[in-house]
Design a protein around this ligand. Structure first.
Ligand code: FAD
Length: 374
């Protein structure tokens, strides 16, 4: 493997939909991959922790088909291949992303995981460098480690590597299996078992439906889910606007999907008719044999399946001290408010494939202006 360059004008962290969109727009604006012998032009690097292309789509369960995902927006510039609706997204999308990278010559560097991003001239640790100094991107991977000096960073690390597990008393005493959406492989693994499915989002209901064909399921949600018969684009826009308001105010984002409600697909209608979607309120604690309801009644289960969502994977940005009093990062579009060197894309209101595309373009446009001015 080639050596990872030690400097680039712009480092993109993550090569999912968001990172590839940023790469596309960097190329369009004349940036070349760092280390490219053609000197003179501005340089970029796209770093990715995976062994191959596809971002989080590499890890989704095989039964998540092109017909059962919500719909993927094309990457900028190249359309998705025509495939059977029954094709597995875990096959189709990584192949599409890989062809895309090759065709555009994006030169994604992988597997490389960024561990820390720091300010180069922050030796005093006071965080104050006026937003003009370089950033240091510290990475590990390929049996090695290193540091890249960058003028700006576009963070596109998604959420998949940060599954959210809520804490319930007694959790450590449970003798059965606990897993998260991110660990799910196939329904057959639960054949004949009693499975508690926790969560009210799309993954929760899709996997509840799937597992219910082979196992006895019990569905727990904190709130009564909101069901819709079809998806109204206006609801989508409203949801995106709401998340945008939150991150502008420095609050943690909610997932866009979590605020749009659940669609009654034909298979979910059938599941409802079988009683699978009879939801229970959240249990109060966990015992060795199962979950315990607020009234003290035990629901014996073999498995607790947490479909409780994901958080933005931003731990490597902690040295930058971006988080404010609201518990989130105050955003100005894709830019971290007051920090023109750091953009977050695929974050908050842009955490969808269409949002990620636009955010990649917006981030590159603003970074070009920042580089021109400094
Ligand atoms: P990802 O695809 O997660 O890519 C992030 C990349 O960054 C990964 O390759 C990861 O390895 C890498 N990375 C992470 N941390 C580091 C690090 N520290 N250093 C280096 N690399 C790192 N959205 C839709 O629009 N339509 C859908 O149908 C849809 N279905 C979904 C189904 C499921 C089950 C889930 C969980 C989400 C779905 N989404 C869908 C939301 C979807 O995740 C986003 O729309 C989009 O795919 C995310 O792209 P991304 O580039 O932000 O992140």
């Amino acid at each position: 493997t080639e050596a990872v360059p030690q400097a680039a004008d712009v480092v993109v962290i993550g090569a999912g939909q968001a990172g590839l969109s940023a790469g596309y727009h960097l190329r369009r604006r004349g940036f070349v991959p760092a280390g490219d012998p053609a000197g003179g032009a501005r340089t970029y690097l796209v770093l990715d922790a995976e062994d191959g292309p596809g971002g989080a789509w590499r890890h989704r369960w095989r039964s998540l088909r092109m017909s059962t995902i919500n719909g993927i927006h094309d990457l900028p510039g190249i359309e998705q291949p025509d495939v059977e609706p029954e094709a597995a997204s875990v096959d189709v999308l990584p192949a599409y992303f890989g062809d895309y990278e090759d065709e555009l010559g994006l030169a994604v560097v992988r597997p490389v995981r960024v561990r820390r991003v720091e300010k180069a001239d922050d030796e005093l640790g006071d965080g104050g460098d006026g937003g003009h100094g370089d950033l240091l991107v510290r990475w590990e991977g390929r049996g090695s480690s290193g540091v890249i000096t960058a003028r700006a960073v576009i963070n596109a690390t998604g959420t998949w590597s940060k599954p959210f597990w809520p804490a319930y008393p007694g959790q450590e005493t449970f003798r059965g299996r606990q897993l998260h959406t991110a660990d799910y492989v196939r329904a057959e693994d639960f054949a004949g078992q009693r499975v508690a499915v926790v969560g009210g989002g799309i993954s929760a209901v899709q996997l509840l439906e799937e597992v219910s064909h082979v196992a006895q399921t019990f569905w727990f949600t904190r709130r009564e889910p909101v069901w819709r018969d079809s998806f109204d684009p206006e609801d989508g826009s409203r949801a995106v606007a709401m998340v945008a308001d939150r991150v502008r105010d420095g609050l943690p984002p909610l997932s866009v999907v979590s605020v749009t409600g659940l669609i009654r697909t034909p298979s979910l209608r059938a599941a409802a008719a079988r009683g699978v979607l009879d939801r229970r309120p959240m249990f109060a604690r966990i015992a060795s044999e199962g979950v315990v309801m607020p009234d003290g009644g035990l629901v014996p289960v073999d498995v607790i399946f947490w479909n409780t969502g994901f958080r933005a994977a931003l731990d490597h940005l902690r040295p930058l001290g971006l988080r404010g009093a609201g518990g989130g990062i105050r955003m100005d579009g894709t830019q971290v408010d007051g920090e023109p060197r750091v953009h977050l894309i695929g974050y908050g209101p842009s955490a969808s494939t269409i949002g990620a595309n636009r955010a990649g373009r917006d981030a590159v446009n603003r970074i070009v202006r920042h580089l021109n001015d400094n």
